[in-house]
Design a protein around this ligand. Sequence first.
Ligand code: NAG
Ligand code: NAG
Ligand code: NAG
Ligand code: NAG
Ligand code: NAG
Ligand code: NAG
Length: 490
Amino acid sequence: MAFENNNNNTKVTKLTHISQNLSLSTLWKSIAISGALLFLLHTFAFNHPHKMITHKLFAPLEFTFSSSEISTSSSSQTSREPPTNISHLLFVIVGSTKTWRYRRGYIEPWWRPNITRGHVFLEKPPGRDLLPWPQQSPPFIVNKDSSVTNAKFKTQIRLFQSLHESFNNANKDTRWFVIADDDTLFFLDNLVKALEQYDHKKHYYIGMNSENVWSNAIFGFDMGYGGGGYALSYPTVETLLKRMEDCIARYLGVYSDLLSFRCLADLGIDLTMNKGIHQIDLHGDISGLLSAHPQSPLISLHHFDVINPIFPAMSRQESVNHLMKTAKTDQSRILQQTICYQRGNNWSVSVSWGYSVHVYQSVLPRNYLKRPLETFRPWKNVRIPVYTFNTRRVTNDPCEMPLQFFFDSVAEDKNQSLVTTMYKVKTLGSLPPCLPNVNQSAGNISQVSVIAATMHKVGEGIECCDVEKASSSDTLEVKIRACHKDEVLA
Ligand SMILES: *[C@@H]1O[C@H](CO)[C@@H](O)[C@H](O)[C@H]1NC(C)=O
Ligand SMILES: *[C@@H]1O[C@H](CO)[C@@H](O)[C@H](O)[C@H]1NC(C)=O
Ligand SMILES: *[C@@H]1O[C@H](CO)[C@@H](O)[C@H](O)[C@H]1NC(C)=O
Ligand SMILES: *[C@@H]1O[C@H](CO)[C@@H](O)[C@H](O)[C@H]1NC(C)=O
Ligand SMILES: *[C@@H]1O[C@H](CO)[C@@H](O)[C@H](O)[C@H]1NC(C)=O
Ligand SMILES: *[C@@H]1O[C@H](CO)[C@@H](O)[C@H](O)[C@H]1NC(C)=O
């Protein structure tokens, strides 16, 4: 009310002021028009839901759509859009005949033949060594010869050719184009769930930046890195393709993901970051990072060729296949960190579901255990700050370093909707006691079993757990459960 009065007062004062310089008839006209305008404004502003105004006046880029929210009266004609599922995604994987032989090992574990839609794009027809093309691989398309000699330009042109071709192949169900490298490992169910949260009829560009401050400083903190993969909504691709030739000419010779980022920025489309997408611009042992994944479903991992195998005593390929075993039972839980304590022994237990368990021989608060142990090295040796997240240094202190267990096997009890994952110690007896009091030592535990319900509700915050030492003294049992109301974890 106060707002309305003030508004009227200002108008009246203005009108009075103006009236001194105007003839009477003009004045009356002005008052009549102003009054009518005020009336209209009032009716419009106060009798309509705010949402509608926003939609009509301030969102020219949005496609008009009929959601049940706006037209509640005619429920017969307008039904809600069905939720996004896997068939609404179209994958655009830019690969090459040179690398496909071993890179297909990072795509096939998640690709679901005849269910996942999309293609791997090759620069030339596959040779005999790659034929017959495996059933388990995405179908391939050979890019048209771009007759560009410079290799640097070729990759960005190939991305846009591939995107163009995919756009032409899209059907009425295609909502999202997912662009990835030929060594991007996706967690499909989580990807679909993540995209479901966004309106595919709007201009969306969804991805994540690099783990390295340095890369982000050079290329962009708000760029979606290609290896982690990025998703473009249908209208975004439609808009982008119209600009593509201009953009290639304007930003000659940059990486294809940088080109997408710059071209989209020219169109006013900015990145929406999604935490579970990982470029993995890191070297060495990334177990520290994977053991303290942020509270967000895992969507992608990348760069398996430049990091150590993620499980001990396994090859790169074996370790990828191994991780995918849990992804098949309850993907929403994978890598989700749950922390609990065994008060009797003063132990802290951190579970990264489906990947690892860390047992600490001291009580460490959650804010500390949330930080990844810096087991890895940066992409390049640069000055600190190196990473976009906090880390903990690896030390020799048995009170600060954990006994490490890695995922071994999974068993699902469908009757009770429970899933049990087993984790085996990396090196038995590798951790001396924290205190001289030997009874408190965790050194003799050789395996951990983690029991959880199979129905994990994504986005409902964190979960709690209880630690129990099982009958056999070498097995630690952890039960994941919903947290009690206002439960303090640490
Ligand atoms: C996905 O949703 C569409 C409706 O848009 C439906 O026709 C189709 O059967 C669904 N596919 C899957 C795999 O659930
Ligand atoms: C995919 O579909 C094709 C044609 O319908 C069929 O021949 C092929 O066996 C299917 N592949 C798989 C892995 O189910
Ligand atoms: C656990 O920590 C508390 C507090 O520091 C200490 O009093 C207690 O003796 C510890 N218990 C064991 C088993 O070490
Ligand atoms: C699950 O339930 C079915 C039917 O009630 C039963 O036959 C089966 O043995 C049960 N399986 C397990 C693992 O308990
Ligand atoms: C260690 O455990 C043994 C057997 O459970 C017990 O007799 C002993 O008192 C414990 N020692 C300490 C220091 O707690
Ligand atoms: C660990 O195992 C060794 C040898 O089996 C045994 O002597 C020691 O008491 C055990 N320690 C604990 C804390 O159980």
